[in-house]
Design a protein around this ligand. Structure first.
Ligand code: GTP
Ligand code: SPV
Ligand code: MN
Length: 590
């Protein structure tokens, strides 16, 4: 019976380079044991059982949430820590004003002292993983070493992890080295360091999401953006969604919105009943790797295999598919619990919390029951709308790129860039109100070019030039748009219903791509007139729609002046073509 398993080469023998690195980390960190991840279901079950025995995981009500578990993080470890995240390049200018920088030698020395002996009494887990379909030439591999079994469980869901990835690494030769320890979870001894020139990541002191699941933001965005620049592609903070129109044609969009600004929801969009015949298919919900294809189009893969999504706000009305998806085989982090052991969060229309996200009796005076950045981790295969092309080795062709922010005012519901170059300025001009996804004040408008402010592994000046270069290379570039689902009225109420209704805006974009929809020109780009949008069955008043589609020249002059000031910080690295685009926008607004 066990013969098949016996025939397999032991994992440590598959790649000498990985084994050597694991050995050097073992000497530094002094673990009690080493576990190489095979990536089997049995292994995930065993790790889950172990965390249940240790009390780190709690099983949720098996009748309503079969296979689901709750994990409570340390209360001081609930979000990404941008202020402790560094890009360590030999030249500080290569990291740019958009990143915290540390000299690589100094950073390695600092981290070596933190990692020394940090795994005493703990198990060191080796997670070989592949970002992207395992057979895709566009995929890239890494190995994460961690002392957190919770991190392993997440990585097993979020990436293609285990033997197949290690076999690919043995074949490819190179891989990203990610070293992680939760340390003592002390915010004073926490750093997330990136060494793009060495394809290495060192993360200490946090077990949380983007700080600790190193395949995600650290590898697939910060390190990959650097690799992408060298190799001629783009690594972006974008969802990928396929929209099938009533004629049965499917077109793909890739959309960059900052953290907690609606990517997962748009990727899993459910068309409203009043737009019959439309269907949406998810390719990815957070990260896109975009490659110029031989046909002159841009092709995208999702490097991830699961979703690490925002829980609050998910309910059967806003997104039935997301709600159904997380009712089975899902790992919840920092949600509240009901009396009958079901997960609970703000935005649910039924049930009530007994214990808050820290396990204390719920008291509204202490804030929300679920942490605003509580998350679900779930396999993409649980998504009822998972695209049949999500695992295509060559990716899917992109018809439109969309940038969007969370803005109470200024940014209209949607506008179209005049061409690729102008689109790069539109992406660079993105600004958005901060959310609970990162530690710090929430609701402050900040500049977040291409939704990549926390994630670009190099100087934004060089990055915008790279975007311009990619566009110049595309014979059939996607059109570029800007959206804002979050405009508010004078009472603070959202002017636009959002969620499924966003399809009306996306449908207009696709009709524009097909040369079929009308628009009127404004100083900032092309906007639909109310009549250009399909508003059948839409419950938005004429005044609200007019407000949503208005460009206020006064507010925009101020906005563009701020943008000029911001772009100026990039000095000689700022592409001249971007400045020229800015100057013509200023002229049109004058
Ligand atoms: P990250 O995983 O942090 O990158 O977030 P994300 O961009 O995937 O955001 P997500 O879809 O999880 O949405 C974040 C929050 O915004 C949730 O509370 C959603 O319910 C809410 N939201 C999403 N789409 C819309 C929308 O169209 N309108 C409004 N008003 N809220 C939305
Ligand atoms: C984000 O913050 O954009 C996320 C969650 O997608 S994390 O994995 O923590 O980065
Ligand atoms: Mn994200």
């Amino acid at each position: 019976m066990a013969t098949a398993a016996h025939a397999l080469t032991p994992l440590p023998q598959l790649s000498g380079a990985v084994a050597d690195w694991v050995n050097s980390v073992r000497e530094l960190t002094q673990p009690r044991a080493i576990h190489w991840c095979e990536g089997t279901d049995a292994e995930a079950r065993e790790l889950t059982a172990q965390l249940l025995r240790g009390g780190e995981l709690k099983a949720l009500n098996p009748e309503y949430f079969p296979g689901c578990h709750l994990y409570r993080s340390a209360p001081s470890d609930v979000a990404r820590v941008e202020h402790l995240t560094y890009i360590c390049t030999r030249s500080q200018d290569d990291a740019g004003p958009n990143n915290h920088w540390m000299d690589p030698q100094q950073a390695h020395a600092k981290m070596r002292e933190l990692f020394r002996g940090c795994m005493r009494g703990r198990t060191l887990y080796v997670i070989p993983y592949c970002m992207g379909p395992i057979d895709s030439p566009l995929a890239r591999c890494g190995v994460e070493i961690t002392d957190s079994a919770y991190v392993v469980l997440n990585m097993l869901i979020m990436t293609r992890a285990g033997r197949a990835a290690l076999e690919r690494i043995a074949h490819d030769g190179d891989f990203v080295r990610g070293l992680h320890s939760v340390g003592e979870l002390d915010p004073e001894r926490r750093f997330i360091m990136h060494f793009p020139e060495e394809l290495a990541i060192e993360s200490f002191g946090s077990g949380y999401g983007g700080n600790a699941l190193l395949g995600k933001k650290c590898h697939a965005l910060r390190i990959a953006s650097w690799q992408a620049r060298t190799e001629g592609w783009l690594a972006e903070h974008m969802l990928i969604v396929g929209l099938q129109n009533p004629r049965g044609e499917t077109h793909y969009l890739a959309c960059a919105f900052p953290s907690a600004c609606g990517k997962t929801n748009l990727a899993m969009l459910i068309p409203p009943d009043s737009l019959p015949g439309w269907r949406a298919f998810t390719v990815g919900d957070d990260i896109a790797w975009l490659h110029p294809g031989e046909d002159g189009r841009l092709w995208a893969i999702n490097p991830e295999a699961g979703y690490f999504g925002v829980v609050p706000g998910t309910n059967p009305e806003t997104n039935r598919n997301a709600y159904e998806m997380i009712r089975r085989d899902t790992l919840f982090t920092n949600v509240a619990l009901t009396a009958d052991n079901q997960p609970w969060w703000e935005g649910l229309t039924s049930g009530k919390p007994l214990l808050d996200w820290q396990g204390r009796p719920y008291d509204p005076a202490r804030g929300p029951a679920a942490h605003p950045n509580s998350r679900f981790t779930v396999s993409a295969r649980r998504n009822p709308g998972y695209s049949p092309h999500a695992e295509d080795a060559g990716g899917v062709p992109i018809s439109a790129l969309v940038f969007g922010g969370r803005r109470r005012e200024v940014a209209p519901l949607v506008y179209e860039a005049r061409d690729w170059k102008h689109g790069v300025l539109v992406g660079a001009s993105l600004a958005s109100e901060t959310t609970a996804a990162a530690v710090g004040q929430v609701g402050v408008t900040r500049r977040d070019p291409m939704a990549m402010q926390p994630f670009c592994g190099y100087n934004f000046g060089d990055y915008w030039q790279h975007w311009l270069n990619i566009g110049a290379q595309l014979a059939r570039p996607p059109r570029i748009y800007h959206v804002n689902w979050f405009r508010r009225d004078a009472h603070g109420k959202f002017l636009w219903p959002g969620y499924g209704e966003n399809l009306r805006v996306l449908a207009w974009m696709l009709d524009r791509c097909a040369g079929k929809a009308g628009a009127s020109e404004s100083a900032v780009g092309w906007l639909p007139r109310p009549a250009d949008l399909d508003t059948r069955g839409l419950n938005v008043g004429a005044d609200a729609l007019a407000a949503l589609l208005t460009v206020d020249a006064g507010l925009w002059r101020k906005e563009v002046a701020e943008l000029r000031e911001y772009l100026g910080r990039f000095g000689s690295r700022l592409p001249a073509a971007l400045l020229a685009e800015l100057a013509s926008t200023e002229q049109r607004l004058a």
